[in-house]
Design a protein around this ligand. Structure first.
Ligand code: 13P
Length: 340
């Protein structure tokens, strides 16, 4: 198979109608925070047990086409010795890998951040691919205020996202390009829309500059929502209209799929908003989910580190994945929450 065929096959497997992506790629500090909230120690064994539980969920492959793993998980095995990426693949779920190494302050730009991880990326991708990873993820974050993000942050993060994407495609790995406009703050929806538009314009200019094949990547954006501390939350129709307005202005039709992050929305909110987006009719790209917290919060609550709760936790994941799969077709109904 040529590299281009390989990229095409992976993209097609990921953007299957009625499916989305499970983001289970929390870094060490982040998974420790999630575990602490349910009273579980973040040990390698507990992380392995939890992520095996996720991947072994019966029927998960009916609703999830891909899973983003953290580097540690890519090398771990389930209780029975099966490597976790192989377990995902057996469920019909394409394994992927988070390859950025986290964010830090952008020098001389107070309040702005930049994502690290380009050094040695080609070599790391080669090793990840040997362990089964067929796609990758890199997250850039943008803090929002009246003056943030600054131009330097917008351009520097766009350049890094594009360089990452180019390196991935050169290795036959499909890049998920994730520019996250953060939900923190008291700004309104219009400010989020303006920032998201500027960010996406810069990202696609950079992708073009670096010759990234738009057909062989996925975009993972945030939805256009008001800041968490804003006086008036937005309803699903407003979120859907504003999100699509910005995406239609900025994302070329050659991009096969847009998979949203949940970014601090509740599990139900993230489903309702995705459904509202997909009810607005056909768009040039497939619109689905790549949720972390919105898929996993109910699972962590059900599990709480108790082996006896594994089945209940898997049921919670299956249910959330099923409802989001319906939302990706615009076929979700709030009444389905109660029947769960
Ligand atoms: P959330 O859905 O929790 O925002 O996580 C998605 C993700 O992959 C963040 O990088």
């Amino acid at each position: 198979m040529t590299q281009s065929h390989q990229l095409q096959a992976t993209v097609e497997a990921l953007v299957r109608q009625g499916k989305g992506i499970l983001a289970a790629d929390e870094s060490g500090p982040t998974i420790a925070k999630r575990f602490a909230a349910i009273g579980v120690d973040s040990t390698p064994d507990n992380r392995r047990a939890y992520r095996s539980l996720l991947l072994a969920t019966p029927g998960l492959g009916d609703f999830v086409s891909g899973v983003i793993l953290y580097e540690e998980t890519l090398g771990q095995c389930a209780e029975d010795g099966e490597p976790l990426p192989a377990l995902a693949a057996r469920q019909g779920i394409v394994p992927g890998i988070k390859v950025d190494t986290g964010k830090g302050p952008l020098a001389l730009a107070p309040g702005d951040e930049i994502t690290h991880g380009l050094d040695g990326l080609a070599e790391r991708l080669e090793a990840h691919a040997k362990l089964g990873a067929r796609f990758a993820k890199w997250r850039a974050v943008y803090n929002v205020s009246d003056s943030l993000p600054g131009r330097a942050a917008i351009e520097a993060n766009a350049e890094s996202l594009a360089r990452y994407a180019a390196i991935c495609q050169a290795q036959g790995v499909v890049p998920i390009v994730e520019p996250e406009v953060l939900i923190d703050g008291d700004h309104g929806q219009a400010r989020c829309a303006a920032v998201t538009q500027e960010v996406l314009l810069a990202v696609f200019r950079a992708l073009h500059r670096h010759r990234v094949a738009l057909e062989h990547m996925l975009l993972k954006p945030s939805m256009v929502v008001p800041g968490k501390a804003h006086v008036r939350p937005a309803g699903p129709e407003e979120v859907a209209h504003e999100t699509l307005r910005v995406l239609r202005r900025t994302v070329p039709a050659a991009v096969p799929g847009i998979v949203f992050l949940s970014g601090g929305q509740s599990a139900v909110e993230a489903t309702v908003n995705l459904d509202a987006i997909n009810r607005l009719g056909p768009q040039p790209w497939r619109l689905s989910f790549s949720y972390g917290r919105a898929l996993q919060d109910p699972v962590l609550q059900a599990w709480r580190g108790q082996p006896a709760q594994v089945q209940a936790a898997q049921e919670a994941l299956r249910q959330r994945a099923r409802l989001n799969a319906l939302a990706s077709r615009g076929e979700y109904d709030a009444a389905m929450e109660k029947s769960a």
